[in-house]
Design a protein. Sequence first.
Length: 150
Amino acid sequence: MFRKVLVANRSEIAVRVMRALREMGIQSVAIYSDVDAGAVHARYADEAYPLSGNHPRDTYLNIKKIIDIAKQARVDAIHPGYGFLAENPSFAYACEKEGIVFIGPSSRAIELMGNKVVARRTMKQAGVPVVPGSDGEIRTLEEALAVAET
């Protein structure tokens, strides 16, 4: 079981994850942008670290900053919440590379399933039934209409 988990998200989703962690006896670590310094998730966590900045690119989407904070806080795992970096294979890979558990699919699974064309192809190759539709990327309205008519 984990001892300490960084929640790489903000607001309600972060609080929900932190509440579950607390119920399991696991310490939570919050990250926050400048504007979120007094936000509920930053106050609710057992520990909170500033990301310095306000733009998502500089804060909640900044993989290096988040990994650095995770190492500083000595967490066992990172929970991405949803949105932001939850479906970013580079983030999952960065966690894996640093020996921090990413609570979610592997970076490879995210990479495969994040691209819907590749995901569909992968599922078909694995014998998983898929709903009728395009077998590739649709680039024009005409292509979309042709697929819709089949």
